[in-house]
Write a protein that binds this ligand. Structure first.
Ligand SMILES: Cc1cc2nc3c(=O)[nH]c(=O)nc-3n(C[C@H](O)[C@H](O)[C@H](O)COP(=O)(O)OP(=O)(O)OC[C@H]3O[C@@H](n4cnc5c(N)ncnc54)[C@H](O)[C@@H]3O)c2cc1C
Length: 413
């Protein structure tokens, strides 16, 4: 392997994060340990956005555009996934409140023009004295896994150079409480997902309102709601990527050429390692807690961890967490160094880590016995939280579909 392929050591292979990443990891871990975790049970019960914690994170620069930009640009690709593992080790609900904006920002950074990125990304985060959130709104009541079924319409009015958006979005993280909403809408319904475009809805735009807020099984500190778009008018410059690019794409499609759908799919693939890292963080929390418990809880005159039945469970949990992290790091490194996901490596990481987190947190409850089933111990919350990783950013079934297609080369349905 040559040096320009992004290898980290002379020998051509290494798994040790750089000193920059290690330093950042320790700093995020400190915040997760001292601020996030002690507040986790309270915000889970309150089912509200933990604004004071977001403000605290903003004050130290952890909730900031700078932090997200710097970690996304880490040349090894590990910056964001290492940060997310630590934050979600602290708590998944608060963690998602802190990184939900980053996911919306990533979608704009991925396909916006330099002017759009410069204008809107800072507004998504606000300032330490006046923090703001952003939301990414793609899912709809009848368009979840099937993103091609999106019904929200965007119609261009040439006379005023405005787009008018109408429709209902659902499941939007930070939906309605965000300042900037990024909305996926159809500009040409006949073209399905290829006829879609993404729009920036600026703060305070008339016609955008929050619908119902969902009461969830887990990640309850993270706000999830419907977003209603009723004649929402946004200026032409709010079409992500610009009108020339959209017109060129639609013209290519009209002449029977590919409209670049594959490129959009690759963008989705590259954000999945971040979600896998969240799952690894929750599972690691449960593993560590269960291992400590097994070493101190005594039954039959010895620590329960001295029984193979318990120790082997912990061994399986350790192997699963390690495997998920390695898949996550591989996918993050591949995405950052421009390697194509020929075998859907992003989906592989997300699928494995999501299902692993559900299993490992369930095993942790088992190791804690009756205590594990109560809200006096955090493992039941971690189990409730872990389930989301098999659902959002593409369900496990959709990941299997994508991996199945990559493996077989067939149009698996
Ligand atoms: C807490 C939370 C936060 C979210 N945040 C956001 C957000 O910020 N922005 C956003 O746009 N969306 C968000 N989502 C939406 C999320 O991405 C969707 O819930 C997810 O894509 C699944 O869609 P669905 O719920 O409509 O399920 P459906 O698509 O109806 O799926 C139901 C079941 O059918 C299965 N299924 C569907 N199609 C197939 C198939 N072809 N083959 C096999 N099985 C299939 C699914 O795997 C699943 O098990 C969030 C969801 C939740 C719960």
């Amino acid at each position: 392997m040559s040096a320009d392929q992004g290898t980290t050591t002379e020998a051509g292979f290494g798994l040790e994060p750089t000193s920059d990443v290690r330093e950042m990891r320790d700093w995020v871990h400190e915040f997760a340990r001292d601020v996030v975790r002690p507040a986790a049970a309270e915000w889970d019960e309150r089912e509200e956005t933990p604004w004071p914690i977001i403000e605290q994170a903003a004050k130290i620069g952890l909730y900031s555009l700078d932090f997200f930009a710097q970690q996304s640009l880490d040349p090894t690709g590990l910056g964001l996934v290492v940060a997310f593992e630590e934050l979600f080790w602290g708590d998944a609900g608060i963690g998602l409140s802190l990184v939900g904006t980053g996911l919306a920002a990533a979608s704009l950074a991925g396909s916006g023009t330099p002017e759009q990125v410069g204008e809107w990304l800072p507004q998504m985060f606000g300032t330490p004295g006046d923090v703001k959130l952003a939301a990414f709104c793609s899912s709809e009541p009848d368009a979840g896994s099937d993103v091609g079924a999106i019904r929200t319409r965007a119609v261009y009015h040439e006379a005023t150079d405005e787009w008018v958006l109408n429709g209902t979005k659902t499941w939007a993280t930070n939906g309605g409480i965000a300042d900037v909403h990024i909305v996926v809408a159809s500009v040409d319904p006949a073209l399905g997902s290829r006829g879609q475009a993404t729009f920036i809805v600026p703060p305070g735009t008339a016609g955008l309102s929050q619908g119902q807020k969902f009461r969830k099984l887990g990640i309850r500190a993270s706000h999830t709601a419907e977003v209603v778009l009723d004649d929402v008018r946004v200026p032409g410059r709010c079409l992500v990527g610009g009108k020339d690019r959209l017109d060129a794409r639609l013209a290519r499609l009209a002449s029977g050429h590919s409209g670049g759908e594959q490129a959009a799919m690759k963008t989705f693939e590259s954000t999945r390692p971040a979600v896998a890292a969240m799952a690894v963080g929750v599972a690691r929390a449960a593993l560590e807690y269960a291992a400590d418990y097994a070493a101190t809880r005594t039954q039959f005159g010895r620590p329960i961890g001295q029984n193979q039945g318990v120790a082997f469970m912990l061994a399986d949990m350790q192997a699963a967490v390690d495997a998920a992290r390695l898949l996550t790091w591989r996918a993050a490194w591949m995405a950052r160094t421009g390697r194509p996901f020929e075998h859907a490596e992003g989906s592989v990481a997300k699928l494995f880590a999501g299902e692993m987190a559900v299993k490992v947190t369930e095993q942790a409850i088992q190791i804690l016995g009756g205590n594990g089933y109560t809200r006096d111990y955090p493992v039941e919350r971690w189990h409730r939280d872990a389930k989301i990783f098999t659902i959002f950013e593409g369900t496990s079934e959709i990941q299997r579909l994508l991996i199945g297609r990559a493996v077989t080369g067939l149009d698996v349905r």
